[in-house]
Design a protein around this ligand. Structure first.
Ligand code: DAH
Length: 348
């Protein structure tokens, strides 16, 4: 066989094998092509090898060299095809991306229902001209009791009815200097009425403020009690303020928060810091809701902060934030507000 014929045959063989390997769609097809071209018994390379024996002796080295090159090229083509189909098999099946599927929603947080209520109440009272005042949650007895006309003998001051802090006393007794004044007892405030005193001590009348925040009482937790809860306190001091103003403000407040027609009912009551004092109920959807207490600021309180009761008068109220929030949303157990169970919270 002439060398050129032999080489031509090898070239054709290589081209055909490369085409077959690169077109093979899967492992089975690659294997079929391997048997066809590289099969040990009757593969096409094997038959071409037989042609090598018929080449002239002088051309043998060149023919053999080329034969080896072709064999290496075939092996490489086989390897490439095997790698390619293995990769396809390992790849996940199905479309890589379906742009028509709904996206994954990021989980956005939102304000706690009580915080939402506090914001709503601030907004409503802001429209009635009340600005927001803040006070500390750790209080002294003057602001929590004395200035509010609650004498030392009053049962509300019972240590068992309050969270007194032992830190202040511990600090005082650890102080070595006996001449140092004894530090005042401190407690977690039991009512936001403390802020009335703090504001009036600093501000000459007229005053028109609300204050919202936490208060603490050692109550056993049940559906309507918790050792910590929130109050909204309101205070308006001016000339010629009457109970009619109190009633109008509370009614406007309730109408704005609950929406629609709301009735206000005052029941005679007693608070040391108001005279007269009332319990406030609001009727909404044919039910009376107990909201808290209110009244005309007691002259003793006005005097305690340096106001002249002959010149100014005012009203005050303190309502439960949990109570209005629960009523509006139909929550029947206030403990739900503090569990931080997302399934509850995400409904608001
Ligand atoms: N501080 C009272 C309480 O916690 C509520 C209250 C009653 C507040 C009458 C007031 C008020 O401002 O005038 O039970």
């Amino acid at each position: 066989m002439a060398l050129s014929d032999f080489l031509g045959e090898l070239d054709q063989l290589l081209a055909a094998a490369q085409a077959a390997f690169s077109a093979a769609p899967d492992g089975e097809a690659v294997e079929a092509a391997r048997i066809e071209f590289l099969g040990a018994k009757s593969g096409r390379l094997k038959s071409a090898q037989q042609g090598l024996g018929t080449v002239d002796k002088a051309d043998k080295p060149a023919a053999g060299k080329r034969f080896n090159e072709i064999k290496e090229a075939l092996d490489a083509a086989l390897q490439a095809a095997q790698d390619r189909v293995a990769q396809v098999a390992a790849a996940p099946t199905g479309p890589a991306l379906d742009p028509t599927l709904p996206g994954k929603k990021p989980r956005l947080g939102h304000l706690h229902p009580l915080t939402q209520t506090i914001e709503d109440l601030k907004e409503i009272m802001g429209r009635l001209g009340f600005s927001v005042a803040k006070g500390p949650e750790i209080e002294d007895e003057w602001h929590n009791f004395d200035a509010l006309n609650i004498p030392a003998s009053h049962p509300a001051r019972d240590p068992l009815e309050n969270f007194y802090l032992s830190t202040a006393e511990a600090l005082a007794s650890s102080a070595t200097n006996d001449a140092a004044p004894k530090s005042k007892p401190l407690l977690l405030r039991s009512q936001t009425s403390t802020v009335q005193i703090r504001v009036m001590e600093k501000t000459p009348p007229p005053v028109r403020i609300i204050s919202l925040g936490r208060v603490y009482r050692p109550d056993t937790a049940d559906a309507t009690h918790y050792p910590m809860f929130h109050q909204i306190e309101g205070l308006l001091i001016d000339r010629h303020v009457t109970m009619a103003d109190l009633k109008s403000v509370l009614r406007l407040f309730a109408m704005s928060y609950f929406g629609g027609e709301v009735h206000i009912r005052f029941r005679p009551s007693f608070f040391p810091f108001t005279e007269p004092s009332v319990e406030v109920d609001m009727s909404w959807h044919d039910r009376w809701i107990e909201m808290g207490g209110a009244g005309m600021v007691d002259p003793h309180v006005l005097k305690a902060v340096g106001y002249d009761p002959e010149q100014v008068s005012g009203f005050a109220f303190g309502l439960g934030v949990e109570r209005v929030c629960a009523r509006r949303h139909g929550v029947t157990d206030i403990r739900e507000f503090y569990k931080n169970d997302v399934r509850f919270l995400e409904q608001f």
